[in-house]
Design a protein. Structure first.
Lengths: 469, 229
């Protein structure tokens, strides 16, 4: 496609054409209307003055006879201007006036006529003029003609027509040029965007669309697409990290599983030995199944499928329930576990998922909490449920090692188990599951410093994901 | 106990059938939905085990057709879809229990036995007794011999569920689902700690323990004086 063809095919140019046509039609209509009205006004004016003249002359004739009429007409015909007068005998001989010649028969029919004429002082070869005249038959067979020359009207008409033609031409030329210019400008920016998109499709996700900085609709589009790219890049990065971590966290137990089975097959063992090997194998596979389930769960939460099963429930009740479930486990590890969830804290969401998220956070807190701190003080875990404005906060705080600020973002990602924690059993999915559940509800998971320890806060909008917008 | 397993995966079905026969049950197998429905209508089974995704007719529709014809045989749904909403869908369609794949045979066996027993309409008594342990469901009193035992509300419900299924294996997941109403995996075995607390209240100081751990499966409450089934 040629560059010109490309410009002509742009939406901007097509729109320009449409607007141009509409505007041109409108201009033509306006000028036409103007011309028509001017003409009408002119005619009205003529009719009025001519009627007055005729009335006056007729009454003069009636009062003082033909001689008087001829005198007045003579006087008026001499005045400069566009007024026309003619008085004739019944046979058509001119008695007075400034009209030289008329087409045949004009004087025979009384009333209004548009006619051509020559003035008395003009030669027979000069151009004919245009006039609007009224013929009145007077008693005694005399005829009176009063009229106005129309040249002035026609000239004005021509001026309007000319103005119309020229302005139409200018509008079309300017419109086409403007449309072409706008189309080319838009096209250039769209082309730049298209080029960038090609690079991105080629695999370079770090590329961003150009933003002109004018804040117009193309800029807004580019900004939104850039935000989308940002998200895609983050997801791609997450995916890569996940596959790397899957390689580690799933392959390791799979290798252990395989080794155990191989070892049991290779070495001669007692029945009890085989049994033990098989039991460890089952244990390992259960761990794997657990990891897979957690992964599926996260994928589900992230895809938003679980949004169908949302209803209103009491988050304080969930906090108490999970607290009660884990309290014996904490006690066994020598930790105190308290729940601070006074009144009902109602929220719209998936109760089961929120419970699971909280359970994961408590599970983590128990795993990472130090066994009673050195000075004999019992270290504790605190679960809280509280409302804050239009959001609710479900938090789990511990006095464990905490997570350094730099690591907090990563800790939420799937499978990330910070180096320090590699020795603790677990799928490494607890925090990411809690984060996914929070996101599903239109909220977030915050990791804060509990000085010392970690405070994980699930922030949910009260009204569910819709309420968050 | 007579069982019908409707499952299209030949290997999985063979494995379950064999395992059920080994523990002394009668197990039949149907490989698709239509065959399964016909067999379930003909035979007198105690429990049906139905896979959700089946050729010819899917599991939920088989259950729907059975319930429509007035067949009230308990159904356990097996499914690769293990999420909460799938579970809810399955139970709504007329299933009585739901077990996500992959499952352990001991879990399946425990659940099937509980379902079969329920069919008998027993265990609606107001007082449960196992040996000299007595639980009154109305007054919420628990006694062992003449000694009154004070339990927390949750401990009471835990014991109530165990005693309702006295002599049967109850798995950790079954406890989590029925006593706590949670349908997720709590990563750590929190249930074990609750059980050991309960055990210290009802068994500690008594010569005859009643609450037993069944290795690789779960727990069972039973009067140790009688041999297990």
């Amino acid at each position: 496609m040629t560059a010109l063809g490309k410009v002509l095919r742009t939406t901007a140019f097509k729109l320009t054409l449409v607007y141009l046509t509409i505007f041109a039609l409108f201009a033509v209509f306006l000028l036409g209307y103007f011309a028509f009205n001017t003409r009408r006004l002119f005619n009205e004016q003529i009719t009025q003055t001519v009627n007055l003249d005729v009335e006056e002359l007729t009454s003069q004739f009636n009062a003082a006879g033909i001689r008087r009429l001829v005198l007045i007409v003579e006087a008026r015909a001499r005045r400069p201007g566009s007024s026309l007068y003619l008085v004739t005998t019944p046979t058509g001989e001119g008695l007075a006036g400034n009209v030289g010649s008329l087409p045949q028969g004009v004087m025979n029919t009384p009333g209004w006529t548009e006619t051509v004429y020559r003035r008395l002082d003009e030669s027979d070869t000069s151009d004919l003029h245009h006039a609007l005249v009224r013929v009145q038959h007077l008693p005694g067979g005399f005829r009176l003609l009063v009229g106005r020359d129309l040249d002035e009207r026609d000239r004005l008409y021509d001026v309007v027509l000319d103005a119309g033609k020229w302005s139409a031409a200018i509008v079309v030329i300017l419109g086409l040029a403007g449309g072409f210019f706008v189309a080319r400008r838009v096209l250039r920016r769209v082309d730049a965007m298209t080029d960038t998109t090609r690079t991105i499709m080629g695999g370079d996700l770090s590329e961003r669309l150009p933003v002109a900085g004018t804040g117009d609709e193309l800029d807004r589009l580019a900004e939104n697409l850039n935000a989308m790219l940002e998200r895609i890049e983050a997801l791609m990065h997450g995916l890569k990290e996940v596959s790397d971590n899957i390689a580690h966290d799933l392959k390791t137990p799979l290798t252990r599983l395989r080794n155990r089975a191989e070892e049991a097959l290779r070495t001669q063992q007692s029945e009890a030995g085989y049994r033990e090997a098989l039991e460890t194998i089952i244990e390992e596979s259960d761990g794997l199944i657990r990891t897979f389930n957690a992964l599926l769960m996260i994928a589900r939460a992230e895809s938003g499928q679980a949004r169908e099963n949302m209803s209103e429930f009491d988050a304080a009740d969930v906090a108490r329930g999970i607290g009660e479930l884990y309290e014996p486990l904490a006690e066994e590890k020598g930790l105190s576990l308290d729940v601070e969830a006074p009144g009902p804290v109602s929220v719209t969401g998936n109760r089961e998922l929120v419970s699971q998220a909280l359970a994961n956070l408590v599970d983590n807190a128990i795993k990472y909490a130090p066994e009673t701190s050195g000075n004999g003080e019992v270290s504790g875990i605190m679960i809280k449920a509280a409302a804050e404005g239009d959001r609710i906060l479900l938090s789990v705080a511990d006095n464990g090692p905490g997570i350094a600020e730099v690591d907090r973002g990563r800790a939420v990602e799937r499978f990330v188990r910070l180096e320090k924690s590699r020795s603790v059993p677990g799928s490494g999915l607890g925090l990411s599951l809690a984060a996914a559940v929070a996101r599903l509800h239109g909220g977030e998971l915050r990791l804060e410093d509990n000085e010392p320890g970690l405070r994980a806060v699930v922030v949910l909008p009260r009204g569910g994901p819709q309420g968050a917008g | 106990m007579r069982l019908l397993i409707i499952e299209d995966d030949r290997d999985a079905a063979d494995y379950i059938v064999r395992a059920f026969r080994e523990v002394g049950h009668v197990a039949d197998h149907a490989a698709d939905g239509e065959e399964g429905l016909a067999m379930a209508l003909d035979g007198d089974y105690d429990v049906l085990i139905v896979d959700r995704m089946l050729p010819k007719r899917d599991g939920l529709s088989v259950i729907g057709a059975l319930r429509e014809k007035g067949v009230e045989t308990p159904v356990l749904i097996l499914s690769a879809l293990g999420q909460v909403d799938d579970r809810v869908k399955g139970l709504r369609a007329g299933g009585d229990d739901y077990l996500p794949k992959p499952y352990s045979f001991s879990e399946l066996l425990a659940r099937v036995e509980v379902l079969a027993r329920r069919r008998g309409g027993r265990n609606e008594d107001t007082v449960y007794r196992v040996g000299d342990l007595e639980l009154d469901r109305l007054s919420h009193q628990v006694k062992r011999g003449s000694e009154e035992i004070v339990l927390q509300p949750r401990e009471f419900r835990l014991l109530e569920y165990l005693m309702k299924h006295a002599g049967q294996v109850v798995t950790r997941t079954m406890l989590l689902e029925n006593v706590w109403d949670y349908h997720f995996d709590p990563q750590t075995n929190v249930i074990d700690v609750h059980i050991s607390r309960l055990r210290s209240k009802i068994d500690k100081g008594f010569a005859q323990p009643l609450l037993h751990t069944v290795r690789g499966a779960g727990y069972m409450i039973r009067d140790g004086a009688r041999p297990s089934s």
